[in-house]
Ligand binder design. Structure first.
Ligand SMILES: [Zn+2]
Length: 467
């Protein structure tokens, strides 16, 4: 069944030209009419005042994850050495359900990252076609903001949702680690171009060695991270005033971690310019006999995603963000048989209702909404009204409220069939209602439906100048 319009009427045989009619199967008709009735009813005058002011929602009222899931994971890939062809090949396998040379695609919601600039002067071979670093998915050519490179591809994949993060402004790694070339001007030109293209990035992921001085979030004068100067107002590399203002709220600060599951992936970071941002945890490594044993590479993905880790996430109702470098090698399709099997296992955990796979930005924003949502509740005439009044982000303040900003939130209520859902006093659409049977707590729930799965093959072709 597809639900494309709130204005359709399954009882009517006719439709006007403007209204797209949803096909509702006879067995779904009752539920559909039921949701329409909930969405259509006016808020009774007597409870309007009570619905204005929301309260934080506790765990008794708010389910941790969208029903029926008991964990949420993201695959968060750094764009290092990834060419557009490599990007298209592995996303076609991960995100679509197309037939591919590696079997049917998995249909998972996996986002990726990109760069604006390429300043790396190392002789990397980036793919099995002998491309060098100029073949990597960057917006500009080299470090010249007047020359565009793969800007069409980046804009296209941003709109498609296959890109949702920035891997800093560029690859500023250098042969000589102290030969840094990044300057604030690069940040100014990058944000100008992104703004013009409507690319509203919220997720920043640090990259590379000490020459990547635009990194920020973990500066420590006594540790490796001493080079991070993107948030130092006294530095010529300072840019976090612009970067935060342009919408970056979530930062991976280069600190690798061995912990897989987190009750919450978010933590607060205080920057050197006095601003605060959300840091987030990524699983990057294990403890090896000789120190760090990185597993954030595609041929080791089975060490990240496997039954043991997934079962633990489900059991503890946790999040995990698996850091990766999916296009980082010159090996063609990045996954071997073990990797493909572990990804198919992940898809099965999603199909079985255990683990929801979400692009990084969605996972982080879901957690923010879950943690800080404010809900007002009132009863009238035997029915319950829930109004989501806001997400009280303690760092960035009240955020613009929309249905997308609170998708997946799921409330335990006595009678879902008699509960109306409002966002900012506006009834949500019938197709955004989700009624849930009792879960392991024995309680029924009602939710704002998660994002509709999108298996479209968005592989970029030269005719795709726009979606
Ligand atoms: Zn990187």
């Amino acid at each position: 069944m597809t639900e494309t319009s709130a204005s359709n009427n399954p009882q009517s045989e006719k439709s006007t030209a403007e209204v797209s009619v949803t096909a509702v199967a006879p067995q779904d008709e009752d539920a559909w009419l039921f949701r329409k009735r909930l969405a259509k009813a006016d808020v009774p005058e007597g409870i309007k005042a009570a619905l204005q002011k929301g309260q934080p929602a506790d765990a008794k009222f708010l389910r941790k994850f969208p029903y029926p899931y008991r964990s949420m994971v993201a695959i968060s890939s750094d764009i290092d050495d990834t060419t557009p062809d490599e990007f298209a090949e592995y996303h076609r396998f991960l995100n679509t359900k197309e037939e591919t040379p590696h079997g049917q695609g998995l249909g998972l919601d996996v986002g990726d990252s990109f760069w604006m600039y390429m300043a790396n002067n190392q002789p990397n071979r980036t793919d099995n076609l002998n491309h060098g670093l100029d073949g990597v998915l960057t917006y500009f050519q080299g470090t010249d903001p007047t020359k565009k490179h793969f800007d069409h591809e980046i804009k296209h994949y941003w709109k498609a949702g296959w890109l949702d993060s920035m891997h800093t402004f560029g690859d500023f790694s250098r042969k000589n680690h102290s030969d840094a070339v990044f300057k604030r001007d690069y940040a100014v030109a990058a944000w100008d171009a992104l703004r013009k293209d409507g690319i509203n990035l919220e997720v920043w992921i640090n990259h590379g060695n000490e020459a990547n001085v635009d990194a920020f979030g973990a500066y420590d004068p006594h540790r490796f991270s001493v080079y991070q100067s993107g948030d130092d107002p006294k530095s010529p590399n300072y840019h976090t005033d612009l970067t935060i203002k342009n919408g970056v709220h979530f930062v991976w600060n280069s600190v690798g971690e061995t912990q897989v599951g987190w009750d919450s992936p978010l933590f607060e970071i205080k920057l050197r310019d006095g601003q605060k941002v959300w840091g987030f945890h990524r699983y990057t490594q294990d403890k090896g006999a000789n120190g760090i044993d990185w597993n954030w590479v595609p041929r080791e993905i089975h060490r990240q995603i496997n039954q043991g880790n997934l079962d633990s996430l489900v059991e503890h109702q946790q999040y995990a963000v698996f850091a990766q470098h999916l296009g980082g090698y010159d090996i063609g399709f990045p996954f071997d048989e073990k990797g493909v099997n572990s990804l198919r296992l992940l898809a099965k955990y999603q199909d079985d209702g255990k683990t929801l796979v979400a692009r990084t930005s969605r996972l982080l924003k879901y957690e923010l909404a879950r943690k800080y949502v404010q809900v007002a509740q009132a009863d009238a005439d035997g029915e319950t009204w829930l109004n989501v009044t806001g997400v009280a982000d303690p760092i960035f303040g009240a955020q613009p409220l929309s249905v997308d900003a609170v998708r997946g939130l799921t409330f335990y209520v006595k009678t879902p069939q008699k509960t109306h859902l409002l966002v900012n006093m506006k009834p949500i659409r019938p197709e955004d209602y989700q009624f849930n049977a009792a879960d392991a707590t024995g309680k029924e729930s009602i939710g704002i439906k998660w994002f509709k799965p999108d298996f479209t093959d968005y592989t970029f072709t030269s005719t795709d100048t726009d979606l």
